[in-house]
Design a binder for this molecule. Structure first.
Ligand code: COA
Length: 255
């Protein structure tokens, strides 16, 4: 299993807790973090002792999304030789995952930080959570099957405002929209998520797996959409609009 200091994986009774751990960069996801997360998810699939997965960013932040430095490198790479993306492997792992997946969001969830929540089965958000998918501002398009799952979950108009207009939502708005189950006080998302995971783990595992599968689009349908989005995303990453937006983010830091 590839390891990185920026991800911790802990099996807590029947729950595997997968925690992003790069707080100095707001848990922005690197290739190594995607790879390690993918392995933590895939490694749980045939492990009967693991009944539930929890994705968390720990206290104060979920994730600021994909590392923009990687986007910049990808956007300026030769079109003939696009960089292999570990993000795609992660998104496929989410689509194929058969274990109930609970998210604990305490703080910002940007880009894939929000879109991955639509692959989750239960979302706990703290009052400090903020969800945004600023793809449009970066000259990009939605990913992670969000173009399929978000309109399904929250309706076309809300998905348009979020995915296409780049408007953000707070925890309560996320709950009203329907993709957040519970809002808890700041700092308490992990505790609540573990409680929920224990509740799920105590249910009959086979019946949970079959019922969960009935509720979701098939992995094949999800993967087809992920691949379609990904091809468009790759093209957009190399667009002038996108490369300028990535550069502007890092230039802002130097100002
Ligand atoms: N990729 C790479 N580095 C990131 C990052 C990202 N997605 N998000 C934050 N960081 C880094 C910053 O560059 C900064 O690093 P530095 O201290 O070495 O300069 C550090 O994390 C802290 O971020 P900072 O911007 O100083 O904190 P803030 O509280 O002012 O703002 C955010 C936090 C998350 C709102 C802001 O960093 C941001 O907008 N990030 C980009 C989010 C994004 O567009 N993600 C891609 C979505 S598709």
């Amino acid at each position: 299993m590839p390891t990185t200091d920026h991800l911790t994986v802990t099996d807590n009774e029947a729950t595997r807790v997968i925690a992003f751990n790069r707080p100095d960069k707001k848990n922005a996801l690197t290739q190594d973090m995607y790879r390690a997360t993918t392995d933590a998810i895939n490694g749980a699939q045939d492990n009967a002792a693991i009944r539930c997965l929890v994705l968390t960013g720990g206290k104060g932040v979920f994730t600021a999304g994909n590392d923009l430095e990687d986007f910049l490198k990808g956007g300026t790479a030769s079109a003939d030789k696009p960089r292999p993306s570990a993000a795609l492997g992660f998104l496929h792992a989410l689509a194929r995952n058969t274990k109930p997946l609970v998210a604990a969001v305490d703080g910002i969830a940007i880009g894939v930080g929000t879109t991955m929540l639509f692959q989750c089965d239960y979302v706990v958000a703290s009052s400090g959570a903020r969800f945004s998918t600023p793809f449009i501002h970066l000259g990009l398009v939605p990913e992670g099957a969000s173009s399929l799952l978000m309109p399904r979950a929250i309706g076309h108009q809300r998905a348009f405002a979020t995915l296409v207009m780049g408007r953000s939502l707070n925890a309560e708005e996320g709950r009203e929209a329907g993709f957040v189950n519970t809002v808890v006080p700041a700092g308490e998302a992990d505790t609540e998520a573990l409680k929920v995971a224990r509740e799920i783990s105590a249910l009959p595992a086979e019946a949970v797996a079959i019922s969960r599968k009935l509720l979701k689009p098939s992995p094949e349908e999800l993967i087809e959409r992920i691949n379609h989005e990904s091809a468009l995303f790759g093209e957009r990453m190399r667009s002038e609009e996108a490369v300028n937006a990535f550069k502007a983010f890092f230039a802002r830091k130097k100002a």
